[in-house]
Design a protein around this ligand. Structure first.
Ligand code: SF4
Length: 255
């Protein structure tokens, strides 16, 4: 099974977010996302980029700057799976492949073909998604070993109320290793945040619930420590496993 799709880049780095923070992963960044979150840190991957950049393999990790290959988009899923395999085989201690974006579910056929290739290869898959494309979410769930699903607050993500979709999609991920993440930034609505926590608790209160403070940029301000503490206490009133985890790769100077 193969399909063509839009990928912005394939590279190796340290996971900087969520429950797998600190592990070595191969990142496959899908290109294209129809949301417009104010805190988006992958603005270049929100559009379908004309090219896909594949990180090459350096014989001396961290020393030589590895060569890059540039492919025209759309790319074949088998080519991307091959690039992941090459990077993984040159990466002692590799944990998994992180499928991220953009939004992977917006390219459902391509995503499924790529995930099937990873199943064949045997590298665990970490799917990062907003879970807003229901058919693709249902089909991708059995092929992902770990799913990190964002719950989008309307006040920060274009105004549309997406909670009903989140509520329908969460049960599709039952039985997978799942965490939910809510990004908070300047201007977030506390009532929406509480609704997000209740929504996840209504699915399963044991679901790990990550509160991620947005990294401040010119386009988006951060939140204060007091606001984060208030978020934690609010979420913990409904959920058993609440954590505040910032974007660590920014601190480390990594992609
Ligand atoms: S869903 Fe993700 S990629 Fe899309 S705009 Fe929001 S943060 Fe950016």
């Amino acid at each position: 099974m193969a399909a063509e799709g839009y990928v912005a880049e394939v590279f190796r780095s340290i996971q900087g977010e969520g429950l797998h923070v600190g592990v070595l992963q191969i990142f496959v960044r899908f290109a294209g996302c129809s949301l417009r979150c104010v805190y988006c840190d992958t603005v270049r991957a929100r559009e379908r980029t004309p090219h896909c950049i594949l990180q090459g393999v350096s014989p001396v990790p961290g020393k030589d700057r590895p060569a890059r290959r540039v492919l025209p988009n759309p790319v074949d899923s088998r080519e991307i799976a091959g690039a992941v395999r090459a990077l993984a085989e040159a990466s002692p201690g590799i944990h998994s492949v992180s499928v991220t974006g953009g939004e992977p579910l917006e390219q459902g056929r391509f995503l499924l073909a790529f995930l099937a290739g990873m199943r064949e290869y045997g590298l665990p898959v970490h799917l990062e998604t907003n879970g807003l494309v229901e058919d693709a979410a249902r089909e991708a769930a059995p092929l992902a070993d770990f799913i990190s699903m964002d719950i989008k607050l309307p006040s920060l993500c274009g105004g549309a109320d997406l909670f009903a979709i989140h509520r329908r999609v969460l049960p599709m991920f039952r039985g997978r290793a799942l965490a939910c993440k809510v990004v908070v930034a300047d201007g977030y609505d506390a009532g929406e945040f509480e609704e997000a926590a209740r929504l996840v608790a209504g699915f399963d209160p044991r679901t790990p619930f990550i509160i991620q403070p947005a990294t401040p940029t010119e386009a988006c301000g951060g939140v204060t420590g007091e606001e984060l503490l208030a978020c934690y206490l609010k979420a913990a009133a409904y959920l058993d496993d609440v954590r505040v985890i910032p974007q660590c790769h920014r601190i480390l100077g990594l992609d």
